[in-house]
Ligand binder design. Structure first.
Ligand code: NAD
Length: 357
């Protein structure tokens, strides 16, 4: 099969980690008889330097014309004085909106080889976990009506959580479809003991569940979920939740893996086209030193194969190569910490993973 991939390398370590993932994609294409065409576009600080705009029109058009988008990371101190409307990070919101991406998929997986990196108690980390958080990305309180007014006690401010049935249905569909590709278990997180929007959320998710009889659906209140992620993370397969709850819980879940350089993400919309990127930033402190961990970006590329191109075997091959890499004891500087283990450079990691593919 043939696919066109837009590359947004961005700033800081972005170019290094995207190039590493591209090498892995090229090798995967060769091994399985596919053709991936890569076209780079400017975004973030690099785009400001070249064109004056953090999100040039050409980038948006190129991404819209592609089958999927692979992004490194944007931002850095050099562009911190840009006006808010032209900050590198603003380009991310712009490209997500232009591509109509309403879902954020964030896996939080504790690799057995990296259990020591987790801040969780050893007996909990020992069981491992592999959670996929499906977060609604374009609705809820971050986008609802807000304002300031004079109330009974003087000045007050308000934000509104509002979800339409349509918005809940489309995110629930993503969660159930995702669960069908995994362990067929969805936990829907809400605050339906207090919020009306959560009651509509719960009702709608249950209606949608009828179309997926193989999937087990459970409800959980968000305060309990925040506890369960540290108490018994192994119970989760797919989590589906609203924008704000997902924002908070996905950060919590990623932190308990203990390794930010390992975590990929996907943003999806109504079409197969998605945008795939590591969850970490542009790490300006280590940019250009060939020591960044490219694994989060390599795993983002694997998610692209799985979720946008339906290339399951190919995605498994990349995930297995990463797993083997870790099992063999190879480490990047961020994973080794102060253990004294010899660490590999970005290019050495890439070479090892290519060998293991
Ligand atoms: P960061 O994620 O870039 O870095 C935090 C720490 O983690 C740093 O010490 C860094 O060296 C380390 N780190 C991150 N990724 C790593 C990797 N792959 N390998 C090894 N170490 C890694 O967060 P920050 O320092 O808060 O932000 C730096 C810049 O990135 C800022 O301009 C910020 O706005 C931007 N940012 C961009 C995105 C994005 O592009 N999606 C996300 C978050 C932050």
């Amino acid at each position: 099969m043939e696919f066109n991939i837009a590359l947004l390398r961005g700033d800081g370590i972005g170019p290094e980690i995207v190039d590493s993932a591209v090498d892995v994609l090229k090798k995967t294409a060769e091994k399985f008889g596919h053709k991936f065409n890569f076209t780079p576009y400017l975004i973030g600080g690099a785009a400001i330097d070249e064109t004056g705009k953090s999100l040039p029109d050409e980038t948006v058009e190129g991404c819209l014309a592609s089958d999927s988008v692979l992004l490194g990371s944007v931002g850095g101190p050099k562009w911190d004085s840009q006006p808010p409307s032209n900050r590198p990070e603003k380009a991310l919101l712009g490209i997500r909106a232009a591509l109509g991406l309403f879902t954020n998929l964030r896996p939080a997986k504790l690799y057995s080889a990296l259990k020591e990196a987790s801040p969780l108690r050893a007996d909990i980390a020992e069981k491992g976990f592999d959670i996929m958080i499906v977060r609604e990305l374009t609705g809820g309180i971050y986008f609802g009506e807000r304002g300031r007014r004079n109330g009974e006690n003087g000045e007050e401010a308000y934000d509104t959580e509002c979800y339409s049935k349509m918005e809940i249905e489309r995110i629930a569909k993503v969660a159930f479809e995702t669960a069908m590709k995994r362990n067929k278990n969805v936990i829907s997180i809400d605050k339906s003991n207090v919020l009306e929007s959560s009651r509509l959320w719960r009702e709608t998710v249950h209606e949608m569940a009828k179309d997926y009889p193989e999937v087990t659906l459970t409800d959980m209140l968000v305060d309990n979920a925040a506890m369960q992620i540290v108490k018994n993370p192994a119970q989760f397969d797919v989590i589906v939740t609203s924008n704000m709850f997902g924002d908070i819980l996905s950060d919590e879940a990623s932190q308990v893996t203990g390794s930010i350089g390992m975590l990929p993400s996907a943003s999806l919309g109504a079409t197969k086209r998605g945008m795939y990127e590591p969850i970490h930033g542009s790490a300006p402190d280590i940019a250009g030193q060939n020591i960044a961990n490219p694994i989060a970006t390599i795993l983002s590329a694997s998610m692209m194969l799985r979720y946008s191109f339906d290339l399951e075997k190919e995605a498994d091959a990349i995930d297995n190569a990463v797993n083997k890499f870790l099992e063999l004891g190879f480490r990047t500087a961020d994973l080794a910490g102060n253990t004294g283990v010899k660490t590999l450079s970005t290019t050495e990691v890439t070479e090892k993973i290519l060998e293991l593919l």
